[in-house]
Design a protein around this ligand. Sequence first.
Ligand code: 6GU
Length: 225
Amino acid sequence: MRYHVLTLFPEMILQGLHTSIIGRAVQRGVISIEAVNIRDHADNAYGKVDDYPYGGGAGMVMQAEPVFRAYEAVAARLPKKPRVLHMTPQGRVFTQQMAAEFAQEEDLIFLCGHYEGIDERVLEEIVTDHVSIGDYVLTGGELPAMVMIDAISRLIPGALNNQESAQYDSFQDGLLEYPQYSRPQEWRGRQVPDILLSGHHANVEKWRHEQSLLRTQQRRPDLLK
Ligand code: 6GU
């Protein structure tokens, strides 16, 4: 997977994604992350990429041309027209299922807006998917892009050390994950459930499935409907 992030804050993307498990996936060459500074594609000498909104109102709007140029600089060197994900609270709310779908792509372009938004005409021209990470408003699309890149990358073969962990975790089967325990067997008066010490594999699996159902019913009943 090759990610291309169009942004006014490339250092935020690069710093945030070159650590931990995703950083290791980059090292391994399983994924690559390119951050393209939209400001480098300004159509003026000052690097100005925003202007007042037609019709008035608060804030500034990111202009179409610098965004389009940044997009073209990337798209021109790709083998086929890539999906372009626009990070916006007005998008479809990102889910595990969408992460799995996006993980099938060879290249993904993330377009991160700032200010009051991006000129609608360039969105009409290049965007294939408008995507949100939830019903609240953030100051820009960088954190959502990083959230999505993390969720997508861990589904790519070779990104995780143990591919099992992507198979059994929360949402992969539509249920929340069962509770986990490690040593010591008793911690401040709290015991590890006996069944996990029994060594009876089938019973452990049955218990874990019951716990998943119970936890989903208690915390996220909407997922069972
Ligand atoms: Cl994708 N962008 C912004 N600016 N705010 C959001 C969001 C995206 N998703 C939820 N809130």
